[in-house]
Design a binder for this molecule. Structure first.
Ligand code: SF4
Length: 405
């Protein structure tokens, strides 16, 4: 029975195909880690180091903390780490991480708000129906007798609203894990540290909230298991694909990778990746050309129609004969409805109401087509028509038809 985690389930929710590659096939990603994730790890490791020393009464200076962060950065840096946002560099992220730590240090120094009883604490969570999960709590503090707080550091660039924190599965799982490991605990505070913003988001869970979270999580695990049995892991594209380490191995993006990198030419295909890319460009070019040509043709048709209409009016011929077709012209009155902001629209509705006709033209809004056909019929008296038309424009429009001889 696999051991699930919040991030494992999150991967499935975000993209079942990524879940398959990472957890079922256990494939090594071709692409490197994202800089956001790398920076987050370095900040986490630095804070873990800080609190580990603080547990032994060694409160390091802010400068030492930053030096540690920089050392961790250089020791763990890999050249394949990807900076996805084009306008930023790796140094920008390094600097952001540094600022996060400086702000954190200034806020909590000398780190004696509570007694740290766990760092990177592994928790096993027992769920109904023999399901099991694991998680690592960044920091577990003792606030007082029967009172603990769970701390999680976040380097993301958005602070979630309180409602999200109150429903978040990860925080709920932490609360449950602590309840299971320390059954005598009466109060558990859940604290998210949004270190980019020097912001704490605090939450807690009632028994009822935990029950709902457990039920939803077990159902999600069942969905994952069903997908695993059926081998049903569809791709799910989203903005997150840009950060996906499996982009080069995913059918949604593998061609992009193949056409931008030197990859072995497949002997199963009738063209190379580069040729396929050129074919897409050619296709787009042709479709664009077709669109322009079609617009040009429409303009030419309009000109010819207008010329024929003018000729018909000048000559009095209501039909003009070509070799195989005849063009016929009919002039009729067209009623134009006043626009939403036109005062006459309000007047028109009042007039119709006075005549007790408004309901017959209106369901959710005024039906112009019904009103226009009524105006053309003999159902309305000439006086009624005149009163209605005071609030509408009447234009002469020529209809044009082509008929085979
Ligand atoms: S690139 Fe997108 S669709 Fe493909 S595996 Fe990654 S997240 Fe899923």
């Amino acid at each position: 029975m696999p051991l699930y985690s919040h991030s494992r389930l999150g991967t499935y929710e975000n993209c079942p195909f990524q879940y398959k590659l990472r957890y079922v096939d256990k494939i090594k990603p071709i692409l490197g880690n994202s800089i956001e994730s790398f920076m987050g790890s370095m900040v986490h490791d630095s804070l873990e180091w800080l609190y580990k020393l603080a547990q032994d009464s060694n409160i390091v200076s802010k400068e030492s903390l930053i030096r540690k962060y920089e050392d961790l950065w250089s020791e763990n840096w890999k050249d394949n780490i990807r900076v996805i946002k084009k306008e930023l560099t790796a140094d920008n992220f390094k600097e952001t991480g540094k600022t996060c730590l400086e702000m954190y240090y200034d806020r909590y120094h000398p780190f004696d708000q509570a007694i740290t009883i766990g760092l990177e604490e592994r928790m096993i969570i027992e769920l109904p129906e023999d399901k099991k999960m694991q998680g690592y709590i960044d920091r577990l503090d003792k606030i007082g007798d029967g009172h603990l707080s769970v701390h999680d550091y976040k380097t993301s660039n958005r602070v979630p609203p309180q409602a999200k924190a109150d429903q978040d599965r990860q925080l709920g799982l932490y609360a449950l894990a602590v309840h299971q490991k320390y059954p005598d605990i009466k109060k558990i505070d859940l604290v998210w540290h949004y270190v980019r913003f020097d912001e704490e988001v605090r939450s807690s869970r009632t028994q009822q909230q935990l029950d709902t979270m457990v039920e939803n999580t077990v159902n999600l695990i069942k969905d994952v298991e069903k997908a695993t049995d059926l081998k049903n892991f569809p791709t799910k594209t989203s903005i997150l694909c840009n950060w996906c380490e499996f982009k080069a191995q995913c059918p949604e993006y593998s061609h992009q990778y193949a056409s931008e990198n030197v990859v072995p030419v497949l002997d199963t295909t009738t063209m190379t990746a580069a040729q396929a890319a050129e074919t897409v460009d050619k296709l787009v070019e042709l479709k664009e050309k077709k669109k322009t040509l079609s617009a040009d043709m429409d303009a030419m048709i309009e000109t010819l129609e207008s010329k024929l209409i003018t000729y018909s009016k000048e000559s009095g011929h209501s039909s003009v004969f070509g070799k195989d077709y005849k063009a016929s012209f009919k002039e009729a009155e067209a009623f134009k409805a006043p626009g939403q902001k036109d005062l006459r629209r309000y007047n028109l509705e009042s007039v119709l109401e006075e005549m007790d006709l408004l309901d017959s033209f209106q369901q959710t809004s005024l039906s112009w087509s019904r009103l226009k056909s009524k105006l053309k019929s003999d159902d309305l008296t000439p006086e009624q028509k005149a009163k209605i038309l005071e609030n509408m424009d009447v234009e002469k429009a020529t209809t044009f038809t082509l008929k085979k001889l």
